[in-house]
Design a protein around this ligand. Sequence first.
Ligand SMILES: [Zn+2]
Length: 155
Amino acid sequence: MEYKNETVSIEGGWPMEHWQWKFESLALIRKTLEALREKKLLGLKCPGCGLVYFMPKPYCRCLSIPDEWVEVKDTGTVTTYTFTGAWAYEGIADEGPAGTPLIIVGIVLDGTDTMTVCTLSDAKPEDVSVGMRIRLQWPENPEGKLEDLAYCVPL
Ligand SMILES: [Zn+2]
């Protein structure tokens, strides 16, 4: 497959409020990423409706500003999933380098109300289901990067 590295322009105006939102989001996410070094997961709780966001967000869907940092668990529930690789389609050979499918799961960590995504290890595609319980698979030495959250395993 050929990948193109090109910039796409979208015409129209961009209200500056969006830039402010972007910078606030980066500051919040930075705090969460730094906590990963200690194998801590920090979510942000909304005072208006109680939703806990992981990753944190500067504004809640109820229009309040989430402002309470809460530690959330590294266990959670699969809410959606998909697989990579042609192996899943009968009659089509898998041309991937490893020859094994990746299982990508959407998960809601215990104590949060929003979904995040990671790769499920130690499981076969036929074993995955919505509602499946998982635990994050921490790297030995987390570096405070999104990659620290890249893998989870069945509970
Ligand atoms: Zn809210």
